[in-house]
Design a protein around this ligand. Structure first.
Ligand SMILES: CC(C)(COP(=O)(O)OP(=O)(O)OC[C@H]1O[C@@H](n2cnc3c(N)ncnc32)[C@H](O)[C@@H]1OP(=O)(O)O)[C@@H](O)C(=O)NCCC(=O)NCCS
Length: 189
């Protein structure tokens, strides 16, 4: 939290947090996606696409600025994909992505239509600490690969597929997102 005086003498309080994206965040989200899509770390998404799917996104807001993004794609059978995870390079290695993944898992746990989270990633250790395990890419449903057609690396994909079963987390008695935040040793085992 940062407390800053304004020109008018009032005080502005900034709270750094992971939150659901709002339509006003779409341009900032697109800027980060564009930045990372240039070298193929992320799939390009147009502003219109992002605006249409804004409810899929979580953002990390720091002092009124969007410095982290992540989205969840439901609808792959009972799978949910964590995608478009990116953090402004000025803020790498400060635990921002960790908080975004935690928020995403908590969000997925609230849904009845998914039992497994998966990700295609270049940052295996980031997901390992949540209990994600490496899986054979070929185990993912064929329709996942439709999105890959737009990827710069589609013919030599060097991402690692990882998945996490949500069922044990869903079975935790009276699990709520807050409980999960408090039980880091379970998610981070
Ligand atoms: C990958 C990325 C999202 C990580 O964001 P971050 O906020 O720096 O990550 P965190 O600070 O939460 O990292 C926590 C741990 O994850 C691991 N980790 C983080 N980035 C990593 C990377 N690029 N490669 C391998 N492991 C990584 C480390 O173990 C790190 O702990 P440490 O800092 O104590 O060593 C960020 O580097 C990024 O935006 N990269 C470009 C976009 C991209 O590749 N997206 C795909 C990711 S699925």
């Amino acid at each position: 939290m940062l407390i800053a005086p304004t020109a008018s003498g009032s005080i502005k309080v900034y709270i750094d947090m992971v939150r659901e994206a709002k339509i006003e965040d779409a341009q900032a989200i697109q800027n980060l996606i564009f930045f990372y899509s240039e070298d193929g770390k992320m799939l390009f998404r147009s502003l219109a696409e992002i605006e249409e799917r804004i409810s899929d996104f979580l953002v990390y807001e720091k002092q009124n600025e969007i410095i982290g993004i992540c989205s969840l794609k439901f609808g792959w059978d009972k799978l949910v994909e964590i995608r478009s995870l990116g953090v402004d390079p000025r803020f790498h290695r400060q635990g921002i992505a960790t908080q975004m993944i935690q928020g995403s898992v908590e969000r997925a746990l609230l849904r009845d239509d998914c039992d497994t989270a998966f990700v295609l990633t270049y940052a295996v250790p980031l997901f390992t600490k949540f209990g994600f395990e490496i899986v054979d890419k070929m185990q993912l449903p064929q329709k996942v690969w439709n999105d890959c057609q737009a990827c710069l690396h589609k013919d030599n994909c060097d991402e690692t597929a990882m998945s996490l079963s949500l069922l044990p987390l869903k079975k935790m008695p009276s699990t709520t997102p807050t409980d999960l935040k408090d039980s880091e040793e379970f998610l981070y085992s």
